[in-house]
Design a protein around this ligand. Structure first.
Ligand code: SF4
Length: 163
């Protein structure tokens, strides 16, 4: 039995997932536990930090861990599920592929991103407008500032990086 907050969050994430082509794990018990974890993290930190990872508690440091995290798509591609198995591929949802343990890719990816940021020079379009990339879903847009919400995955503005 889930709390009302967890139930509401589930409905919201399900709607957003369906609208953008993602699938939530059909395992109701697992998903209920994850919703409760997300709600607890939201109350504790003010944002939906990944329920399967230890958060720092400072939004800027946890940006890559805000659900859906930066690693969801790569893990879905490679393992058929995100690290927590909240999101699964079609094959996994249909029982055609078995769920396996998804290894943590956070540290490897973070050091790559840090390197890229160090080497980054300002990249602009031919019209002098910066290009922004959503770190969650890869959506690209050229505008002076990133959008408040990603129109594809609904990630917040601070999940965008200069592309
Ligand atoms: S997408 Fe999955 S692994 Fe990533 S934060 Fe959400 S529940 Fe955790």
């Amino acid at each position: 039995m889930s709390s009302p907050e967890a139930g509401r969050l589930y409905e919201k994430l399900k709607k957003e997932a369906e609208a953008s082509g993602y699938i939530l794990n059909p395992d109701k018990d697992l998903v209920t536990d994850l919703m409760e974890g997300l709600v607890t993290n939201k109350q504790r930190y003010g944002y939906l930090s990944c329920p399967c990872r230890l958060a720092d508690g400072i939004r800027e440091k946890d940006l890559d861990l805000i659900c859906p995290c930066d690693y969801r798509d790569a893990d879905l591609d490679e393992y058929g599920a995100c690290y927590c198995a909240l999101y699964v591929s079609e094959e996994v949802a249909a029982g055609k592929r078995e769920l396996t343990q998804v290894p943590e890719r956070r540290n490897a990816e973070s050091s790559k991103t840090a390197k890229t940021n160090d080497q980054e020079t300002t990249r602009l379009t031919g019209h002098g407008i910066p290009v922004w990339r959503c770190r969650v879903c890869g959506y690209l847009c050229a505008r002076p500032e990133p959008p408040l919400k990603c129109p594809i995955c609904k990630a917040d503005k601070d999940r965008f990086e200069r592309f």
